[in-house]
Design a protein around this ligand. Structure first.
Ligand code: UT7
Length: 324
């Protein structure tokens, strides 16, 4: 019988560098209150957002992904030629084909990259990180660029106050490569397809969501997924230095942190609150929060970070990573 040769794999992977990109236009709660029945106090109290960034005409899922991806490669101290795979997690590109990944790879200068888009809504980055890590471990990729990039303003009804006050535009990226000491734990992922009607898009135009139902689901179901990711990586809750959940709503973030602390996570665990000045940027929110926290000196190289994304599908994914 013919036996097939397998690519030589590696023992472990880690994040080598991260980067992010945001459009220039800052939109405050007061700006939104000029065009819809809402107010600064309600948004701060219910969602925790003070301001967010909206894309200008030139900003696209691809252009923001290129900026974030280029910064991640530079932060890793690498050149585009050192990468061979690009994964762009997103749910907001207007054209399904051509995919964003091929365009991003070309614009960054990664020649003949394996490239594909991945849609797991706001859980997309953690799904992409899990896939990239396994591709590198199995020897299918030398180094992979994983990006979450979203132009949510393209798919949000500006008159719908249940979504227009939450969502925003941005990209976040990570370079994944081989490591002697594992720096990316196994992914704990899944879907709850029976709850598919809770968040979606109407005929590929506007996002809708049953806010309260999603809120209840996220505040009850996501902490156990995060604990599962810890268990898979063999890490105790008390070992977690940084918690970076999808930045959907500050109250959801705080509820997840509270549950993890009941399970042994430390009081001094740093909890991402990037939503306050960035809004909910779907698949971009986790890598961008990580990048902003690194720049602000809130997290340090070697810190143990727990990531967990969740959103439409309903989809979720989380893993433990060592900060680059
Ligand atoms: O990222 C993907 C995953 N998505 C999520 O995780 C989102 C989860 N859901 C949420 O974050 C929250 O449910 C929302 C932020 C969407 C809404 O917050 P809420 O606390 O659940 O508000 P609500 O929909 O229960 O509305 C409460 C009240 C209502 O008024 P009455 O009926 O109590 O008089 C709404 O009409 O607040 C009113 N309201 C608003 N008021 C001012 C709803 N939206 C607004 C608004 N401004 N933008």
């Amino acid at each position: 019988m013919t036996s097939l040769r397998l690519a030589p794999g590696v023992g472990g992977t880690r994040i080598l560098g991260i980067g992010s990109a945001q459009p220039e236009q800052v939109v405050t709660n007061h700006d939104l209150a000029k065009t819809m029945d809402t107010n600064d106090q309600w948004i701060r109290e219910r969602v925790g957002i003070v301001e967010r960034r909206f894309a200008g005409e030139k900003d696209t899922v691809v252009s923001m992904a290129v900026e974030a991806g280029s910064k991640a490669i530079a932060a890793a101290g690498l050149d585009p030629a050192d990468l061979d795979t690009v994964i762009v997690a997103n749910c907001t590109t207007k054209q399904p084909i051509p995919n964003a990944a091929a365009q991003v790879a070309d614009l960054i200068g990664i020649k003949a990259a394996g490239g594909f888009d991945l849609n797991a809504a706001c859980a997309g980055f953690c799904y992409g990180l899990g896939v990239a890590s396994d591709l590198v471990r199995a020897g299918s990729s030398r180094r992979a660029l994983v990006i979450g990039s979203e132009k949510l303003t393209d798919v949000v009804d500006p008159a719908d106050r249940s979504t227009a006050i939450i969502f925003a535009d941005a990209a976040g990226a990570a370079v994944v490569g081989p490591a002697d000491e594992p720096g990316i734990g196994p992914v704990a992922w899944g879907t709850a397809g029976d709850l598919v009607d809770m968040i979606g898009m109407t005929e590929r135009t506007y996002i809708f969501q049953e806010g309260q139902s999603v809120y209840r689901w996220a505040t009850t179901k996501i902490a156990p997924i995060a604990l599962r990711a810890l268990e898979l990586a063999g890490v105790a809750p008390s070992d977690v230095d940084v918690l970076i959940p999808h930045q959907a709503n500050l109250r959801i973030v705080e509820a997840i942190a509270k549950k993890l602390r009941k399970e042994g996570a430390r009081e001094d665990m740093v909890v991402a609150d990037d939503i306050v000045y960035s809004g909910n940027t779907s698949s971009a929110s986790i890598p961008m929060a990580m990048d902003h926290m690194r720049t602000a000196g809130k997290i340090h190289s070697g810190d143990v970070a727990l990531l967990v994304g969740f959103g439409a599908g309903l989809s979720y994914a989380g893993q433990v990573v060592i900060c680059p």
